[in-house]
Design a protein around this ligand. Sequence first.
Ligand code: IPE
Ligand code: IPE
Ligand code: MG
Length: 237
Amino acid sequence: MKSDIDKVKGSNNIPNHLAIIMDGNGRWALKHNYSRTNGHKKGIETLRNVITECIEIGVKILTVYAFSTENWKRPKEEVEFLMTLLLYYLRNEIEELNKNKIKLNFIGRINELPKNIVEEINRAQKLTEENNRLILNIAVNYGGRAEIIDAVNRIISLKLNSIDENEFKDYLYFKNQPYPDLIIRTGGEMRISNFLLWEMAYSELYFTNVLWPDFSKEDLYKAIYEYSFRERRYGGL
Ligand code: IPE
Ligand code: IPE
Ligand code: MG
């Protein structure tokens, strides 16, 4: 019998843009009697594997939710750990990402992040800007509402009187990228948690109970295989 991996590789209906709400690190840690920080560390390994598989499958854009505008509400120690982890991720993985021709793009209120992280982000984006194998959008200090409000405020500052949907898109963080075809949420919660509110209008949604650190290659292929059968109608017939 063919595995989901073989079936996906033979399919001509692969998401061009995949977005993931990487949730469940804390619960994974709790389950294994580790500190929450260990769950976040393990989550980085999952991300590394998912990036490799996306390239293998032929996904062109991968957007991952790493830190929301609401995640600042967490204990100071956890927030600091997540910021340090992001810094380490950028410093340690950038060479490999660049070698694999991955273009890094950060979305969110990046300017509000600690200065050393902003510098590292700018460096990573500059280094990888010509790469074209996969665009990796990392959402940090990202909120769907914040993104829309930021766009509206820019439009107001330009004194525009009216704007249509296509023009509005240019003011969002994604600019000329296509909207996500498939959004996966791990960790079992059936909610959006302020992710890609504008962009997901016609995205296909896939929820799984698998906690992000446990999310395997097989789990990814299972989601993409299911997507390949979705019938997208966009309100038409
Ligand atoms: C997702 O895992 C990572 C971030 C939000 C930074 P969580 O930390 O939310 O893990 P759970 O949901 O508590 O298990
Ligand atoms: C969403 O997860 C944000 C990220 C995965 C970065 P949360 O854990 O913050 O979402 P809620 O609080 O369960 O809605
Ligand atoms: Mg969570």
